[in-house]
Design a protein around this ligand. Structure first.
Ligand code: AMP
Length: 113
């Protein structure tokens, strides 16, 4: 199993987990870009939004609902937060296992770079 996020799901690689359930795992990003920067991933290997199909609907829904839980757990639900799903090379996706970045704790500029 070469996917680094699959190895985090299995526990083979340690991660600083924020929450998890039967569908998703959420953990702090190794290189945080904001005071709150948590990644939410489906346990099941899905490459990205661009390759997702109807069979992934439950996992994708669980990812978004978990983003809300993460924002509440990290204290940014009230102030606001951003959910980012980099998809493919032009968007800078560097890990080919779908992940939602939950960013918050500072003012976030728009448009993103
Ligand atoms: P992306 O560039 O959208 O594919 O985001 C991948 C993110 O995964 C980056 O922000 C990395 O810092 C983060 N990352 C990579 N490996 C790990 C790891 N082992 N634990 C936590 N975060 C990681």
């Amino acid at each position: 199993m070469s996917c680094v996020f699959c190895r985090i799901v299995s526990g083979e690689i340690p991660a600083n987990r924020v929450m998890e359930n039967d569908q998703v795992v959420a953990f702090h990003d190794l290189g945080p870009k904001a005071p709150v920067h948590v990644l939410v991933i489906p346990r099941r290997h899905v490459v990205n939004v661009g390759s997702a199909g109807p069979e992934d609907a439950e996992a994708l829904g669980a990812v978004l609902l978990a983003c809300r839980e993460v924002a509440e757990a990290c204290g940014v639900a009230e102030s606001g937060f951003r959910v980012v799903l980099n998809t493919g090379p032009a968007a800078g996706q560097s890990v080919d296992h779908l992940h939602a970045h939950v960013l918050g704790g500072r003012s976030l500029g728009w448009p993103p770079g």
